[in-house]
Design a protein around this ligand. Structure first.
Ligand code: EPZ
Length: 420
């Protein structure tokens, strides 16, 4: 197992190219199950999660080649309709093969994703959506068993207790593409990754309107053909680098980004005193300024993303004053607090709120990563801490960041990967 060793207190300076979006490439790969024809997915990030999804497609009979950032999915699937526990349990995102398998084969058997450290993550909305399309669903042996003689379009309200669901919207939208008649999804997730998936489906011949809004309309078609698609840039990776510049008081240019996907983040950074210049496909952040405390509340898109909450907390941990960080999407997404406090931060949790009292400095320490975004926050804290920080279990980081330490080193960071 690898760990990262970080020596802090150097401003990050230079340019970084942002990779394709993890949370777009995963459902897009799952969507290739909707056709027997070849698909080409460009700007694909080489991540642990991407490779897990590729293993699932191969287990369902697809030929998949991954060369640099291009994934070629060819060949007819082998009629298998089971996504195994051993793969699905390692990555919740793989649950989005349910919709495509059901639509293409009229049956699907997908392992329930199981527990997650960031919160209880039920799949009731996914099941409600496919049942509304006429599927018969049974939970047995830890698997969702779904089948349908025919899927029929329907008008579905998909809002949950915490608002819209990204993967549930994606699963139901994919199932509806080959259903009979029209489906309307209300309270659909508006995330750019949902929109990117819909745009890929449209290239495959699907009839979809309203993607990127809370009301998506899908007119079912008989079948879908192959297509080529370039995945959108990863706004969460981009946001992580914006905060890395702010926390190290550096100056970074981010290339290959869609800044419109980060307006809520840019707004909060501006409130904290960090200005982000934006041009076509590029953002320039110059953070040689005195930071101010800011409160954030995580919300579904276009609100402040929960996937940047931990990173923003690391920034506020070294910002003079008090900020309140409220997590409204995943109630337990605070595993990073204890680790940041080990570095000398002063953060108290009160239910969904965390009260962050900024400290003058953090000191390097041995830390343990607990989940993907928490591990990114620990890396950012290590970049500004005095001395050496060791972050173990970085397999969490590799799930969602492509060559993070290589990119950081190119910006002048003193960071290296080591065997534990
Ligand atoms: C997606 O997860 C992302 N994952 C997550 O990114 C991201 O944090 C999340 O959306 C929110 O933006 C992928 O796209 C692969 P949700 P998803 O369903 O779809 C509740 C990362 O770090 N809910 O939108 O699983 C749920 O418990 C990962 O890259 C139900 O109640 O999240 C949560 O409170 C982590 N019933 C809320 O909705 C359901 O059936 C939003 O979750 C489904 C969800």
């Amino acid at each position: 197992m690898d760990k990262l060793v970080v020596f802090g207190a150097r401003p990050l300076i230079g340019e970084v190219k942002i990779s394709g979006a993890k949370n777009a490439v995963l459902p897009i790969l799952a969507a290739t199950l909707l056709t027997d024809e070849p698909c080409t997915i460009k700007n694909s990030p080489n991540l642990r999660d991407t490779n897990t999804m590729i293993r699932i497609l191969r287990s369902l009979g697809k030929n998949v080649e991954f060369d640099r950032d291009v994934i070629e999915v060819t060949s007819k699937a082998n009629g298998k309709f089971t996504a195994e526990y051993k793969l699905v349990s390692t990555m919740r995102g793989s649950f989005c093969v349910l919709g495509p398998l059901l639509a293409k084969l009229n049956k699907a058997r997908v392992s329930l994703p199981g527990g997650c450290v960031i919160g209880v993550r039920p799949v009731d909305l996914h099941l409600k959506g496919i049942e509304a399309l006429g599927a018969e669903v049974k939970i047995e042996g830890g698997y969702v068993n779904a089948k349908a003689k025919i899927l029929k379009g329907n008008h579905i309200y998909l809002g949950g207790e915490f608002g819209s669901s990204v993967l549930a919207t994606e699963n139901v939208m994919m199932a509806a593409t080959l259903s009979k008649g029209k489906t309307i999804i209300e309270a659909a997730a508006c995330e750019p990754e949902v929109e990117d998936l819909a745009n890929f489906l449209v290239k495959m011949g699907a009839r979809i309107e309203g993607q990127g809004t809370p009301r998506i309309e899908i007119e079912g078609v008989k079948n879908l053909h192959g297509a080529e698609h370039k995945v959108i840039p990863d706004r969460i990776e981009a946001g992580t680098f914006l905060i890395a510049a702010a926390i190290t008081k550096g100056k970074i240019t981010l290339n290959g980004v869609i800044w419109q996907h980060l307006l809520a983040v840019i707004d909060k950074l501006a409130q904290a005193g960090v200005r982000v210049k934006r041009t076509d496909g590029r953002m320039i952040v110059n953070a040689k300024t005195r930071l101010k405390p800011v409160n954030i509340t995580t919300l579904p898109y276009p609100g402040f993303p929960t996937d940047l909450q931990a990173q923003f907390m690391a920034l506020m941990a070294v910002t003079p004053g008090i900020s309140i960080i409220t997590e409204k999407i995943f109630q337990d997404r605070f595993m990073h607090i204890a680790e940041l406090n080990r570095m000398g931060a002063n953060i108290q949790r009160e239910g969904p709120h965390s009260i962050v009292q900024g400290v003058k400095y953090l000191s390097g320490a041995p830390l343990m990563a607990s989940d993907l975004r928490a591990s990114a926050a620990l890396v950012l804290a290590g970049l500004v801490a005095k001395g050496r920080t060791d972050i173990s279990r970085i397999y969490h980081l590799d799930r969602g960041y492509e060559n993070l330490e290589v990119k950081l080193k190119a910006l002048g960071a003193n960071v290296r990967r080591e065997k534990e």
